[in-house]
Ligand binder design. Structure first.
Ligand code: ATP
Ligand code: MG
Length: 137
């Protein structure tokens, strides 16, 4: 089985959508094996999204991710990385398929409710960014 790092972003935690989003993960066969609510500092959000530091939306993205608490979680399942991205839908909700999290809940391309790792190597790094070995069973 595979694991991936998921973040329920501030636009979704603010609107009390954590349970509805988790239901979508579980319905897709993804198991929530670790989960916590944290409030990222701008420095922490900036480090997490460092890969995007030269993109025009970087400042806005970092400010948004540090604006209010997020729920960070580890999802486990067969092909968890790809499956999670399927359940999330396209980055821009306008392009997301019906039934996906972003289609149903995202407010805009920036405030798009969830993050999911995009590959095995980044999943490993992103899980280690938020969770210690003791928190993972
Ligand atoms: P994520 O990495 O959050 O799972 P993603 O892989 O679908 O999403 P990326 O291209 O990695 O999308 O972009 C990271 C995040 O940056 C997006 O989820 C979104 O919140 C924000 N973002 C991407 N493109 C734009 C944009 N054009 N304007 C504003 N914000 C954007
Ligand atoms: Mg990404």
């Amino acid at each position: 089985v595979e694991r991936t790092l998921s973040i329920i972003k501030p636009d979704a935690t603010r609107r009390n959508l954590t349970g509805k989003i988790n239901q979508k993960f579980e319905d897709a066969g993804l198991r929530i094996v670790a989960q916590k609510r944290i409030h990222l500092s701008p420095a922490q959000a900036g480090k997490f999204y460092e890969v995007h530091k030269d993109r025009p939306f970087y400042g806005e993205l970092v400010e948004f991710m540090a604006s209010e608490p997020v729920v960070v979680q580890v999802l486990e399942g067969e092909n968890a990385i790809a499956k999670n991205r399927e359940v999330m839908g396209a980055t821009n909700p306008a392009n997301a398929d019906a039934g996906t999290i972003r289609k149903e809940f995202a407010l805009s391309v920036g405030e798009n409710s969830v993050h999911g790792s995009d590959a095995a190597e980044t999943a490993k790094e992103e899980i280690a960014f938020f969770f210690s070995g003791l928190e993972l069973v």
